[in-house]
Design a protein around this ligand. Structure first.
Ligand code: PGA
Length: 259
């Protein structure tokens, strides 16, 4: 079993310094990251330095977006090098909210992915279908297209440092979770797409599930053979809820070890 990777994608456009401070205080008292899982927190750009100063060493520091450009006249943009400079180790790319509301297409996602790779930032590429696309039986076609934009950039050397998150849009922030079987079906499809390029790479890359994941459904989702962790939104707003999800991943590990 691959080491599970748990990501809190927190606050979006609701953050503040005091929210981060309180979150961190609650998190460190119950920190699960030192156990057998990797844990990351992704925050809005502005709070990356504060996060990087206050995070325990085991907590991976992440941002929620990155510029597609390395440098140049792009007022307001934040480059991968800048993120690195202030302590980020990881970055979300192509979250569905960015694809839907900020005009990010597959070409832009690819360009951002390249920037992250060039700077040694761990990218989490997000993919997922809308409700309409699922109803039209287009789920696999959509995922295949989104993967096609980045697949040639993945190889056995960088796969351990890259993550893919399957986040069905209909499950994000809606309380509707994909069933464990639905998640596994798509994760397996993603793994097979990757394997058709490089079997070793496909085995090494961790595939996260995101979309209304919470303490009550985490164990079942993480038990699936191709679900290697979670990208958690709403249920990570309170550190104790996020920690409860991390605990489920550790519980799974304990179960596997005792077998
Ligand atoms: P959710 O969000 O866990 O609240 O559904 C997931 C996300 O925003 O990536």
């Amino acid at each position: 079993m691959m080491r599970k990777f748990m990501v809190a994608g927190n606050w979006k456009l609701h953050g503040s310094e005091s929210m981060l401070k309180n979150w961190m205080a609650d998190f460190v008292t119950n920190d699960q990251s030192a156990k057998g899982i990797d844990v990351a927190l992704c925050v809005p750009f502005l709070y990356v330095p504060q996060l990087s100063d206050s995070a325990p060493r085991s907590l991976i520091v992440g941002a929620q977006d990155v510029s597609a450009h390395a440098s140049g006249a792009h007022t307001g943009e934040i480059s991968a090098a800048m993120l690195k400079d202030v302590g980020a180790q990881l970055v979300l790319i192509g979250h569905s909210e960015r694809r839907q509301h900020h005009g990010e297409d597959d070409a832009l996602v690819r360009a951002k992915f390249k920037q992250a790779l060039a700077q040694g930032l761990m990218p989490i590429i997000c993919v997922g279908e809308s409700q309409q696309q699922r109803e039209n039986n287009e789920t696999f076609a959509v995922i295949e297209r989104q993967l096609a934009a980045v697949i040639d950039l993945l190889d056995a050397d960088n796969a351990g440092q890259c993550l893919l998150a399957y986040e069905p849009i209909w499950a994000i922030g809606t309380g509707l979770t994909a069933s464990a079987e639905q998640a596994q079906e798509v994760h397996q499809f993603i793994r097979s797409q990757l394997a058709s390029k490089d079997v070793t790479m496909a085995r090494q890359i961790r595939l996260l599930y995101g979309g209304s994941c919470k303490g009550s459904n985490a164990f079942e989702l993480f038990s699936m053979p191709d679900v290697d962790g979670g990208l958690i939104g709403g249920a990570s707003l309170a550190a104790e809820d996020f920690v409860a999800i991390c605990r489920q991943a550790n519980k799974l590990l304990d179960k596997k070890q005792s077998n």
